[in-house]
Design a protein around this ligand. Structure first.
Ligand SMILES: CC(C)(COP(=O)(O)OP(=O)(O)OC[C@H]1O[C@@H](n2cnc3c(N)ncnc32)[C@H](O)[C@@H]1OP(=O)(O)O)[C@@H](O)C(=O)NCCC(=O)NCCS
Length: 407
């Protein structure tokens, strides 16, 4: 096996699509791949492996930007389209590709990297830790009733697809300031969220877009599709909500009322963060079935810059020792000073208060995973006796982190 690692070129898009189909077992979606390959893929951020003239391994990266606790927006490499041909598996091809991608994030000055994993055990070894949780909600809308007065104000309007991005962008930007872990959307990601990957521009729309307005001002939006079904002559359709973003709770409540009251539909399905307020608005919260799974994985590519970019929940000065086998430039002890003037992070020769691995710092970083729970799981060493409690106070977030992308 004589492997060549290099970048993919735009004319090789069909090779990448074919490899992805082989490993995913998905049907061809030529229009979508052509659109995505032209608009979203950054070919100079690809790393692929060829065995002779056969493409055997690949990973793409997107130039994302992500909101971090405190509201700053930080550059973030988004790893995606990871695939190795089944004939070449477990020979270290993915390892080589991911290591090259990590080095590239570092060289580009991106303090953070993020991904959604198809299989949970893969990426911890490269320093990504699960940082958000997905709560898949299945709601029996035929029984769901909202409490008196919830979601009765505000107006829902359909918004033409062509106007949707300009109409909804300000709401998305506002929500980003309030929500850690939210990923900024470039044009193709808006298209993907509003239409679904199966319908590229030009195809008939399956999804519908609505905005929620107060005094003519858009404060929330959603995209969804209705799936018609019948059972014994009775309607039993499902509303699949793909996107639901709001900058105010009142817009969120109004959108929920809209979705729970759609005629002919008996079920509403949506992925939400674990602190979704619908559970407090429903008269009977057991109309909701909840399934929790791992969401966005975060990796600190540059510990010092990433820690300094965020704002924390307490004033403190804590020495954190970080172990990072994949990006050795990170290994060391950092003094994180958090106070009114913001956060300062520098290397220190002080004895560490806590020691943890880089993937566990990734889990803590957005505030969606508790330090106490990581400690109970044997993931943090507490040298000072109060180190875990202090980490908890620093990193805990009032708002569950949520990417508002992909899921
Ligand atoms: C997952 C996949 C990319 C792995 O590629 P690969 O070249 O076989 O992986 P490597 O040989 O470089 O393995 C590197 C390490 O990851 C581990 N690993 C690889 N795939 C794994 C998996 N699915 N689950 C758990 N560990 C895995 C290997 O055991 C190895 O561990 P080690 O470092 O402790 O020895 C490949 O199997 C694949 O394409 N799968 C289908 C698509 C997919 O799941 N993509 C991931 C999308 S998020």
């Amino acid at each position: 096996m004589n492997l060549e690692y290099r970048k993919l070129t735009p004319v090789e898009i069909n090779l990448a699509d074919e490899l992805d189909r082989v490993v995913q077992g998905r049907p061809p979606v030529p229009d979508w791949v052509e659109y995505w390959g032209k608009t979203a893929w950054e070919y100079d951020r690809s790393v692929v492996a060829f065995d002779g003239d056969q493409l055997v391994g690949q990973a793409m990266s997107y130039s994302h930007a992500i909101s971090v606790p405190g509201g700053a927006i930080v550059p973030c490499g988004g790893l995606s389209w990871v695939a190795v041909r089944p004939t070449h598996r477990r020979r270290g091809i993915m390892r080589e590709i991911v290591q090259r991608q990590l080095r590239d994030y570092h060289d580009r000055g991106e303090p953070l990297a993020a991904l959604f994993a198809e299989e949970a055990p893969i990426y911890g070894r490269f320093g990504w830790g699960v940082a958000t949780w997905i709560d898949d909600l299945k709601i029996d809308s035929s029984r769901a009733e909202l409490k008196e007065g919830v979601g009765v104000d505000g107006e829902i309007r359909f918004v033409d697809y062509d106007d949707a991005v300009s109409e909804f962008s300000p709401v998305h930007k506002q929500a980003m300031l309030q929500t850690p872990g939210m990923l900024a959307r470039s044009e193709p990601f808006w298209v993907s969220r509003l239409r679904g990957n199966e319908s590229p521009p030009g195809a008939p729309l399956k999804t519908l877009q609505v905005g929620c307005y107060f005094d003519g001002q858009c404060e929330g939006f959603a995209s969804y599709r209705n799936d018609e079904q019948w059972e014994d002559g009775n309607p039993s359709g499902t509303v699949y909500i793909r996107d639901l973003v709001s900058s105010t709770p009142r817009a969120s409540a109004r959108l929920w009322r809209y979705f729970l009251e759609i005629d002919l539909m008996r079920t509403v399905e949506i992925a939400r963060p674990p602190d979704e307020p619908i559970h407090w608005w429903l008269k009977d919260r057991r109309v909701v079935t909840r399934t929790i799974s791992d969401g966005l994985y975060i990796r600190l590519v540059n510990v010092q810059e990433a820690l300094a970019a965020a704002a924390y929940g307490a004033d403190d000065s804590i020495a954190i020792e970080v172990i990072d086998d994949s990006c050795e430039w990170n290994t060391g002890t950092y003094l994180l000073d958090s106070g009114d003037a913001g956060s300062i992070c520098d290397r220190t020769s002080r004895e560490p208060d806590v020691t943890l691995r880089i993937e566990d710092l990734g889990s803590l970083y957005l505030g969606g995973v508790s330090a106490h729970s990581l400690h109970a799981g044997g993931r943090i060493e507490d040298h000072s006796g109060d180190g875990v409690a202090r980490l908890q106070r620093l990193f805990e977030s009032n708002v569950a982190p949520w990417p508002h992308l992909y899921y």
